[in-house]
Structures are given as structure tokens and as C-alpha cells.
Design a protein around this ligand. Structure first.
Ligand SMILES: [Zn+2]
Length: 114
């Protein structure tokens, strides 16, 4: 499952950051999740609830998901537009020469702990 892999990765990264900063208990982790990252928030939270119980550091940690809008850049006219609304064809010049600038990622945005 896609989400399970991400949760494992997030917990590992959180553990590394906590160790570096002398944090022994993490209370909140905020993830920035791109609109077209393919992550399903409900599944993500289910995985998180199941997995965090196995790790002392994040046992009582809440997971928050912030949606990051997907943006595509058109190389023909140089303009940016919303990926979810318009897809791969530029709404300004109708060129298909476009690429995703952001919105595909799933990254840790913030960690709170003590
Ligand atoms: Zn264009």
C-alpha cells in the first residue's frame, strides 16, 4: 500500500529529526500533501493510527495533512496554471508542452514535540 510506505518513511524521518534536536516525544506532525500525489488522506490517517502505536516516540502524535495545490508550468507561454482544473494542456495557449511544477510531493512540513 502506497500510504503505508509513506507513513513508515515519515516516522523514520521524524525519528531522525527528533534525535538531532533532542526531542523525546513528538505531539504533532504536519505533512504537506500535493493535490496530485495520489495520497488518500483517510487511508493515510488509518495507517498512521495503526503504525504510530508501534513506535514510542510518536505514540500520542497527531498527524495533520495540508493540501498543497498542484501547479503546472507551460513552456510555450511561460504561464502557470492549476493542474487539477486544466490538466496537461495549457488553458492560455493550448500548448501541450507543460510540466508539473509542484503538487506531486508528500513532505514533512512541521514537527512539534518536547
Ligand atoms: Zn501556454
Amino acid at each position: 500500500m502506497h500510504e503505508l510506505g509513506i507513513v513508515k518513511h515519515v516516522i523514520k524521518t521524524v525519528a531522525d529529526i527528533a534525535a538531532e534536536n533532542g526531542i523525546s516525544r513528538v505531539s504533532r506532525v504536519t505533512l504537506a500533501v500535493g493535490e496530485v500525489s495520489g495520497v488518500i488522506p483517510d487511508q493515510m490517517l488509518d495507517c498512521w493510527d495503526w503504525f504510530r502505536q508501534k513506535t514510542e516516540l510518536v505514540k500520542d502524535c497527531a498527524l495533520e495533512l495540508d493540501t498543497l495545490p498542484a501547479v503546472t508550468l507551460c513552456t510555450a507561454c511561460g504561464r502557470e496554471y492549476g493542474t487539477v482544473r486544466y490538466g496537461r494542456v495549457c488553458p492560455f495557449c493550448a500548448s501541450p508542452e507543460t510540466y508539473l511544477l509542484r503538487g506531486n510531493e508528500c513532505v514533512i512540513k512541521e514537527i512539534e514535540g518536547e
